[in-house]
Design a protein around this ligand. Structure first.
Ligand code: SAM
Length: 279
């Protein structure tokens, strides 16, 4: 017997063998499964003999579905949330629902399993103690380059999701913004038949992907190695992030003045830091 809860259940990202025992048990036992795409998930349900009724919860109806799901929980019935693949809420719907359910006083129970970001990081051979996950880059080039500029000086591994339609454009923009020497790993079709994990400096990587049409197909995780640490004058990561954003948009003095207003740091010290970072 399950406690009355919303269960947030991770499902495989390709290989169905990656589902967990606990995920199957929960999906079989709840009263209702809220799925991103019920037709897509029907295959998973058939594979594991799960006969629980499903309703759709996706980006366009999540707010309306909140009441239905809270009513179900109020009636003493548990609900599971799944997405098309991997962990719900990770570049997938669910945040609005999970927050509302918690605010309504019900338990939210995670049932962990696959997520492409962690799967890729576990095999890429990139520094992993400290990393940032940026989800998908913006679809338009201007926004994409701006976002890349904002992480260009970050010393942590930076991880993106990317689709087959934009992989070349995104890698080309990375080459332009981050430079030819930045080391990047692409993890394609993880856990599936054509799984490929390949790393190189951006100059070589862009050529490699362009040269082989097969390497442009499928789903991608892109892992960018962090920038070489620059000598700094001891500011917090948040101050440096704001400063980098300002430097990218404004003349140096103005960038430092505005950063000082936002972060409360000293303008002159920020100017010394800005000079170092410009170098
Ligand atoms: N919730 C999912 C998770 O936990 O990973 C991510 C969903 S997001 C809508 C889909 C994106 O995740 C894909 O475009 C791709 O960037 C990444 N992805 C999902 N499955 C993948 C796989 N098998 N190999 C590589 N990337 C994958």
């Amino acid at each position: 017997m399950l406690d009355v809860s919303l269960y947030v259940v991770a499902t495989p990202i390709g290989n169905l063998g990656d589902i967990t025992h606990r995920a199957i048990e929960v999906l079989q036992s709840v009263a209702l499964i809220a799925a991103e795409d019920t037709r897509h998930s029907a295959r998973l349900m058939a594979q594991f003999n799960i006969k629980t009724p499903m309703i759709s919860v996706h980006d366009h109806n999540e707010r309306q579905r909140v009441a239905t799901i809270i009513n179900k929980l109020s009636a003493g019935e548990s609900v599971a949330l799944i997405s098309d693949a991997g962990t719900p809420l990770i570049s997938d719907p669910g945040f609005i629902l999970v927050r509302a359910v918690r605010e309504a006083g019900f338990k939210v129970v995670p049932i962990p399993g696959c997520s492409a970001v962690i799967t890729a990081l576990s095999a890429a051979g990139m520094p992993s103690n400290n990393f940032i996950f940026e989800g998908f880059l913006p679809a338009k080039r201007v926004g994409r380059k701006k976002q890349l500029e904002s992480i260009a000086n970050d010393t942590r591994t930076v991880i993106f999701y990317e689709s087959t339609h934009r992989i070349i454009d995104s890698l080309e923009d990375m080459l332009e913004v981050l430079g030819a020497d930045r080391y990047v790993v692409i993890a394609r079709e993880l856990t599936k038949t054509f799984e490929t994990i390949h790393g190189d400096k951006l100059s070589g990587l862009v050529e490699w992907v362009k040269a082989d049409h097969n390497q442009q197909k499928g789903e991608f995780v892109v892992l960018v190695s962090g920038a070489e640490p620059v000598e700094t004058t001891g500011f917090s990561i948040e101050t440096l992030r704001v400063l980098d954003l300002m430097i990218a948009e404004l003349p140096l003095k103005q960038a430092c003045a505005l950063t000082a207003k936002i972060t409360g740091d000293k303008k002159n010290a920020l100017y010394q830091e800005a000079l170092l970072r410009k170098e």
